[in-house]
Design a protein around this ligand. Structure first.
Ligand code: GLN
Length: 249
């Protein structure tokens, strides 16, 4: 094992909705099946850590109350997160975590939670408490690589002013009721509303995240350098979901 993938899982005990933990299980399995050493550190409120030490930062989704509870700690790490991102630590963000990397998140009770402000997007609450809920399928092109991303969304937040969406929605809502686009991807972060969890349903995205993360130590590392794994079951599960949703694969 000469390659190492070091992951910082932020607020693992607080920001974890609809199976987000499954994302870490998938990364571990897909790394270990390829003899890539997988090191997972959980980072809780107040815990000392240098995020620049990691290949990947992962932050899952959470209810409004949970987002409010972690935000002071998250903001206190702003400089360190920026330094890590500038040094090619890749960032995977789900729903509530994705919202907090923008300008602000307006909770259902209208409290405005400040975000890290790294990006122009911001998130307002849905009109009269309306929420985007259901299965989602997205057509994405990531660094030239085309794939359908499958997941499940449940959010009140309506994210607007998104400069680099992750993909085009073909089923469900995505960034907001009428956005037509889902998530955010700019080469440094992949933010998405998709729980479900994301990576077991989308092994290509799992491998894409592993590739981006490994590039921190080896900028020449390519997606095609990852050994192919047997994804028979994952493929069947995807086909079953797509056919249930009447979507051509
Ligand atoms: N509390 C946020 C919202 O409702 C995020 C929810 C989530 O992470 N699923 O928009």
């Amino acid at each position: 094992m000469d390659r190492v993938m070091k992951v910082a899982w932020m607020y693992h005990d607080i920001m974890d909705l609809y199976g987000d933990t499954g994302n870490m299980m998938v990364l571990k399995k897909r790394c270990e099946d390829r003899d890539i050493q997988f090191v997972l550190h959980t980072i809780g409120i107040g815990q000392e850590a240098d995020l620049n030490d990691y290949n990947l930062i992962f932050l899952g989704g959470g209810a409004d109350k949970e987002q409010m509870s972690i935000i002071p700690d998250l903001l206190s790490r702003k400089e360190n997160i920026k330094e890590a991102m500038d040094n090619h630590t890749f960032v995977l963000l789900i729903c509530g975590g994705y919202q907090l990397f923008g300008q602000y998140y307006e909770a259902a009770d209208k409290t405005q939670i400040p975000g890290l402000g790294f990006y122009n997007y911001h998130t307002d609450t849905g009109k009269e408490g309306a929420r985007c809920i259901g299965n989602v399928v997205v057509d994405a092109i990531l660094d030239g690589f085309e794939t359908k991303i499958i997941g499940f969304e449940n959010h009140g937040g309506q994210t607007v002013n998104v400069d680099h969406p992750l993909g085009k929605v073909i089923k469900g809502y995505g960034n907001s009721f009428d956005a037509g686009y889902e998530g955010f991807y700019d080469g440094k972060i992949l933010g998405t509303y998709l729980h479900g969890p994301l990576l077991p349903k989308n092994p290509d995205i799992a491998d894409f995240v592993i590739t981006k993360a490994l590039q921190k130590n080896d900028p020449d590392f390519k997606f095609s350098d990852l050994k192919k794994l047997d994804d028979t079951w994952e493929t069947r599960a995807r086909e079953a979901i797509l056919s249930k949703l009447d979507i051509q694969n």
